[in-house]
Design a protein around this ligand. Structure first.
Ligand SMILES: Cc1cc2nc3c(=O)[nH]c(=O)nc-3n(C[C@H](O)[C@H](O)[C@H](O)COP(=O)(O)OP(=O)(O)OC[C@H]3O[C@@H](n4cnc5c(N)ncnc54)[C@H](O)[C@@H]3O)c2cc1C
Length: 317
């Protein structure tokens, strides 16, 4: 295993980092060392990496900006593939069509689309993360998801082949997509938006940002909403944040982690939180809400097992 890792690191030494602490890649600022981190610069290079990893039987995981991931304190025994700024293409075509790279920072992408007078992704203006991560999570706000306007995505399959998927093949649903199960890595996507007045789009974006700044914790490291909203529970009890508040856990601390006083569906790192602290709070909130409401809340946040794959965090909490 170590010899194989050495081989991969040597073959791709210009884009390799050994023993990088995953807390550097995590918005929660939590996570031990990853044996190897590779930041591919093109789809072809990514394809070559995947083929070599498969040949060597090495474990790997894909990461964007780490804004929806809980890494373990013991790190990751395998290769982290980081899809970042090398994939930063942004092209405007006719009639509201946009093609963009998976490494674009979501707020930057959104601003550029707004500046072009196109409507359809303003809801994503305040969401940290890379476009590829947003597509894989079908992330969004205002009850929307980025997949709604996606026309096609270029992905690298686990066998290294580069293919194009149309919207239907991406299998989008609430905060979910085919990519989460298939392991396809998004490198680029095309979207179709409506032409709109730039100043009204700017007003809408500003209103969203003001609302987010008011509602969400901004100073302490966090990974956004921890639990997914469930429509049935929403109608009966309310969103996860309200349910956690109603069972008396808003502000509750465990070790260095805390269910935020600003918004109880956010867990903040007060400076010394460990992955076990976060998982303990997830388990506690889930159990307490289920005891009092009958609803088991599932996590949006994904946990990377040190010797395995991504799981929804509640499955391991
Ligand atoms: C303060 C804060 C607020 C947030 N608000 C929102 C919100 O309003 N709405 C919302 O939906 N989310 C929100 N999030 C969560 C997060 O920002 C989004 O899910 C984000 O788009 C994830 O992008 P990322 O690059 O950080 O992905 P990561 O966290 O790095 O990865 C998330 C998942 O996507 C996969 N992935 C990443 N890149 C790729 C790729 N190129 N191809 C295939 N799979 C990939 C990973 O393997 C992982 O399973 C928030 C997070 C924070 C910290």
């Amino acid at each position: 295993m170590t010899r194989d890792l050495d081989l991969v690191a040597t073959c791709f030494e210009q884009i390799a980092r050994r023993d990088m602490l995953l807390k550097e890649l995590s918005r929660w600022q939590i996570g031990g060392p990853a044996e190897l981190v590779l930041s591919p610069r093109s789809a072809e290079e990514l394809g070559a990496i995947l083929r070599l990893l498969n040949e060597c039987g090495l474990r790997y995981a894909v990461v964007g900006d780490g804004s929806n991931i809980l890494f373990d304190d013991s790190g990751y025994r395998g290769v982290i593939l980081r899809i970042g700024s090398a994939f930063s293409k942004f092209e405007l075509h006719q009639e509201g069509q946009v093609t963009a790279g998976a490494g674009l920072w979501v707020p930057d992408y959104t601003r550029r689309v707004i500046r072009a007078g196109l409507s359809g992704c303003v809801h994503a203006i305040g969401i940290p993360g890379r476009l590829g991560g947003l597509i894989a999570m079908n992330g969004g706000s205002q009850r929307r998801g980025i997949g709604e306007n996606l026309v096609k995505a270029t992905v690298v399959r686990t066998d290294g082949e580069i293919i194009t998927l149309d919207q239907e093949a991406c299998n989008f649903s609430y905060r979910s997509s085919r990519m989460q199960k298939s392991g396809d890595i998004v490198i680029e996507a095309s979207f179709s938006y409506e032409v709109c007045d730039v100043s009204s789009l700017r007003r809408e974006a500003l209103a969203i940002l003001i609302e987010r700044n008011r509602k969400f914790p901004r100073k302490l490291p966090n990974c956004g909403s921890v639990f997914l909203s469930n429509p049935k529970m929403y109608d009966e009890v309310g969103p996860p944040g309200r349910a956690i508040e109603q069972v008396g856990l808003k502000g509750y601390r465990y070790g260095g982690a805390q269910l935020s006083l600003h918004h109880a569906n956010f867990i903040v790192n007060n400076g010394s939180a460990t992955s076990s602290d976060i998982l303990a709070l997830i388990a506690l909130a889930r159990r307490r809400v289920a005891d009092q409401t009958g609803y088991f809340m599932d996590c949006e946040v994904r946990y990377l097992e040190p010797e395995g794959a991504f799981r929804m965090a509640h499955e391991v909490a």
